[in-house]
Design a protein around this ligand. Structure first.
Ligand code: GTP
Length: 597
């Protein structure tokens, strides 16, 4: 395809502003998919994405569009995820295209994540076409939102395209704007092959599928290629474009986007951002790579039933085939037995992985408290990266502890501002900026990541009735007065409940956790002390009193089938419990105990 007949673009949008619906419409209107095959949200392949309505893996589609000028164009859309955890995926897909559609819900306006993503597009030198969606809604205020786009983002919104992705209104204008306003890609067909590895995923039938954008040269089926970073060489089995189903193609030239398979075993063997070239006639210089994704939130995953450990190991290995950004190392816990310490890009990522393990692999899991990576500076100069509070070294050897801090940007309607400031203040935040944009406040806070990973986002949503939007970036490691707090149940430490906490907040957190646990742990035949401690010192204590009368007495007499039913219920309930010394703790307690409210 001629370069001037190609347009490559991505769509930048806040969650729920209608990116997937618009993508579906573009695909539908150009007849890329037969009407009867059209499922809503075609690009969100995974079930979980569909259910949660979020886009996780970047994906791509090629659309043939006969434009008003009589020529047919090839439009390549690379889908980008909208959530902050997946920011690195956004940045990589931005490098592979020349322009972006900025989709803003005309009834909501610009949100924090829109800002973060649009700045990535600007950094990648994109031409940006603003698109105002949902103008069918009575609450839509296109003029106000245009002003806001100009004020907040600083791009010209005077010729923004007004659409309703739901009704289909304005979609043809979007297609024309892509052709007229976005630049064609550049590249040299005669130069040695230089292609960018944009993404890769594991397909159970095809093995690893690699998404590429060709910069220079031509790639053909059967070619012997080389990955410049890893040095690995492969022979292409198959070359295809995504429409969005795979359609085989003989070659891809400059500016084109497509996928190949080459008997690659693991996603790990394909480094996103790597440069692909021909083994025999390589290009002189590799493309600048992307920044790698580093896990920032860690937690333990343990099977409720210890017999499921091997099944969990298998499931984790399978998931990792497809998601190289999550890490897992075997871990043993005195309380929970064998499990894995897993690292994630953020909380949502953690939830998605845990959900998939439970659902797709039918496992019952205990998730321990999410923790960030603390840097422990030892007196002898050694620096330890602490992924698990249970591994905290003896304090006598510790000089000081550093924790990751973030810059958080929150956009919120005026009336909830007070609650948001209080929440940030309660979480050891330092206010850095407060401005007003289009009737809303934009607050910038410096916060400890540790205070955010647990339930900050939930709390933010609840105090603002869902009207706040939130985005963050890790800024630096900083020293603070941090300690490890342990929880003892019936005088036995439960390692899975230990947390790192600021010294000034330890008493309050400890008290809250003990009170919660008192409600979460069922009564036993004996009295159970529940304590929070720092080192050997108890800082909070509750006592769960003993069961007074024998409730099983109820089961005697009566009819046998009722008795049996009760026993079955008990058994099912027991499966969700873990034994700690003499005490049984329900699975749900591990997370619930940590919620702060
Ligand atoms: P993520 O995939 O999570 O990033 O969300 P998204 O931006 O792709 O949003 P999606 O397309 O899933 O749309 C979110 C919701 O808005 C859905 O319930 C859509 O049906 C609805 N929606 C999308 N476009 C329109 C529109 O033009 N008008 C109205 N009224 N609703 C719309």
């Amino acid at each position: 395809t001629d370069l001037d007949r190609i347009r490559n673009f991505s769509i930048v949008a806040h969650i729920d502003h209608g990116k997937s619906t618009l993508a579906d419409r573009l695909i539908q209107l150009t007849g890329t998919v037969a009407e009867r095959d059209m499922k809503d949200q075609l690009l969100d392949a995974m079930d979980i994405e569909r259910e949660r309505g979020i886009t996780i893996k970047a994906n791509s589609v090629r659309i043939d569009y006969p434009a008003k000028d009589g020529k047919t164009y090839v439009l390549n859309l690379i889908d980008t995820p909208g959530h902050v955890d997946f920011a690195y995926e956004v940045s990589r897909s931005m490098q592979a295209v020349e322009g972006s559609l900025l989709v803003v819900d005309a009834s909501q306006g610009v949100e924090a994540q829109t800002l973060a993503n649009v700045y990535q597009a600007i950094d990648a030198d994109h031409e940006i076409v603003p698109v105002l969606n949902k103008i069918d809604l009575p609450a839509a205020e296109p003029e106000r939102v245009k002003e806001q786009i100009e004020d907040v983002i600083g791009i010209d919104a005077s010729d923004a395209v007004e659409i309703s992705a739901k009704t289909g209104l304005g979609i043809p204008d979007v297609l024309e704007a892509i052709v007229q306003r976005l630049p064609a890609p550049q590249g040299d067909r005669d130069a040695p092959l230089k292609a960018m590895l944009v993404d890769s995923w594991y397909d159970p039938y095809l093995g690893v599928v690699v998404l590429i954008r060709v910069m220079d040269g031509v790639i053909k089926k059967g070619d012997q290629i080389k990955m410049m970073k890893t040095g690995a060489t492969y022979k292409l089995d198959r070359l295809a474009v995504l429409k969005p189903a795979m359609v085989n193609i003989d070659e891809l030239g400059p500016g084109e986007i497509g996928v190949f398979t080459a008997s690659i075993k693991q996603v790990r063997d394909t480094k996103v951002g790597d440069t692909i070239t021909h083994e025999k006639k390589p290009c002189a210089k590799a493309l600048p790579g992307f920044k790698p994704s580093i896990p920032v939130v860690f937690c333990g995953l343990f099977p409720v039933d210890a017999n499921d450990f091997e099944a969990l190991r298998d499931a984790i290995e399978k998931l990792q085939l497809n998601d190289a950004s999550f890490s897992a190392e075997m871990e043993t816990s005195a309380a929970l037995g064998f499990g894995f310490r897993c690292g994630f890009l953020g909380l949502l990522h953690l939830e998605v992985v845990r959900d998939r393990l439970e659902r797709e692999y039918d496992l019952d899991l205990i998730t321990t408290a999410p923790s960030v990576v603390f840097k422990i500076h030892m007196k002898d100069g050694e620096v330890i990266e602490l992924h698990n509070p249970a591994d905290m070294p003896d304090l006598t050897y510790v000089d000081h502890i550093e924790e990751p801090r973030i810059k958080a940007t929150i956009l919120v309607p005026d009336e909830y501002l007070g609650d948001v400031l209080k929440l940030c203040q309660d979480r050891r935040g330092i206010q850095q900026d407060l401005t007003y944009v289009g009737g809303r406040a934009m607050v910038v806070y410096d916060l400890p990541l540790a205070e955010v990973v647990f339930d900050f986002y939930d709390r933010l949503k609840s105090v603002t009735k869902g009207y706040a939007s939130f985005d963050y970036q890790i800024t630096e490691y900083r020293e603070d007065y941090l300690v490890k707090m342990s929880i003892l149940v019936n005088d036995e430490p439960v390692d899975a409940l230990s947390i790192m906490v600021h010294r000034d907040r330890a008493e309050a957190r400890g008290r809250a956790m003990c009170e919660k646990l008192k409600d979460l742990i069922p009564r036993h035949m004996f009295k159970i002390p529940i304590q929070a401690a720092i080192g050997g010192r108890v800082i909070a204590r509750e006592t769960l009193s003993a069961m007074r009368k024998d409730v099983t007495a109820k089961c005697y007499g009566g009819d046998a089938s009722r008795k049996k039913k009760l026993l079955e219920k008990q058994k099912a309930g027991k499966k969700k419990m873990r034994q700690f010394g003499k005490v049984e703790i329900p699975q749900s307690a591990f997370i619930a105990a940590l919620k702060m409210d």
